[in-house]
Design a protein around this ligand. Structure first.
Ligand SMILES: C[S@@+](CC[C@H](N)C(=O)[O-])C[C@H]1O[C@@H](n2cnc3c(N)ncnc32)[C@H](O)[C@@H]1O
Length: 262
């Protein structure tokens, strides 16, 4: 019997049902539980991975916030010309994945003041290996250009980081052709259905069936849920920002080997 694809309205309801569950859970605990399950399944047989990977995150996140404040920059939601700085829960997930997976090649879209950029670079620096390529389309307001990457100190700017200006649609395909396979992809740029779907599809295609995908603000469209449902077997967890105003998603291939050094 053929199973009919759910209508857009039904998909939306299923999606909100999944998201609503999170409102009743502590976001950090829920995420730890969910990610632990995913990583354990991926690692099947390997060392159990504990949420203690979050160790060191608070220091790194606080340092990023302090550096922004030292430059008299407001931080938080909408602080960068209407774009949000990465909230602690999303940044913490990115930190945990980078620490656990020890990726050789990381690609992120959407830099703004560079909170996730800093978190990834600090985690890579801890292992003294790996490279991050960040793609950002600078905002039209030129006054904001000087703020791009403001949370990234000089010491982290050389060696492991390549910042590429332009839209992900223009820059991502060529970059991935050049550096594939990648091990970790972080989406935090334009959160439309079309753009998120485009980025996830391209990034997954550059992963050789292994690696991890993270996307912020997945409640803005059904792109993340649809991508996970339609793609080759992926396990995914959706978790809430610390202030419960947005959701982010993490997807990993189901029980397949990882190409990084983990
Ligand atoms: C939500 S902010 C990124 C926050 C950042 N990840 C952090 O950790 O604070 C989104 C950024 O993506 C940029 N952007 C918007 N549309 C884009 C696109 N199509 N491609 C690449 N970057 C884009 C915005 O100018 C902004 O700098």
């Amino acid at each position: 019997m053929r199973v009919r694809a759910p209508t857009p309205v039904l998909s939306r309801l299923i999606w909100y049902g999944r998201a609503a569950r999170l409102a009743f859970e502590d976001p950090v605990e829920a995420f730890d539980r969910g990610m632990l399950r995913l990583v354990r399944r991926r690692d099947s047989g390997a060392e159990p991975v504990e949420p203690e990977s979050a160790w060191g995150f608070e220091t790194v996140y606080s340092a990023a916030m302090e550096l922004l404040k030292a430059q008299d920059l407001a931080v938080g939601r909408g602080a960068f010309g209407g774009w949000d700085d990465a909230d602690p829960a999303f940044a913490r997930a990115v930190w945990c994945l980078t620490v656990h997976l020890q990726p050789r090649k990381v690609v992120e879209t959407g830099v703004a003041r560079g909170v996730t950029t800093r978190v990834i670079l600090e985690a890579l620096g801890r292992e003294r290996s790996g490279h991050l390529w960040s793609i950002d389309r600078p905002p039209l307001d030129r006054k904001l250009h000087a703020e791009i990457g403001a949370a990234v100190p000089e010491s982290l700017r050389r060696g492991r980081w390549t910042l590429m200006r332009g839209t992900s649609r223009r820059v991502l395909p060529g970059l991935l052709r050049r550096i594939a396979p990648i091990d970790l992809f972080v989406h935090d740029s334009l959160h439309t259905e079309r753009n998120l779907r485009f980025e996830l599809t391209r990034a997954w295609g550059a992963m050789n069936g292994a690696g991890a995908l993270v996307a912020d603000d997945v409640e803005r469209s059904s792109a993340f849920v649809r991508f996970v449902d339609d793609s080759p077997p992926l396990d995914a967890v959706v978790a809430s920002a610390d202030d419960c105003r947005t959701l982010f998603g993490v997807a990993l291939p189901r029980a397949t080997p990882f190409s990084g050094r983990a």
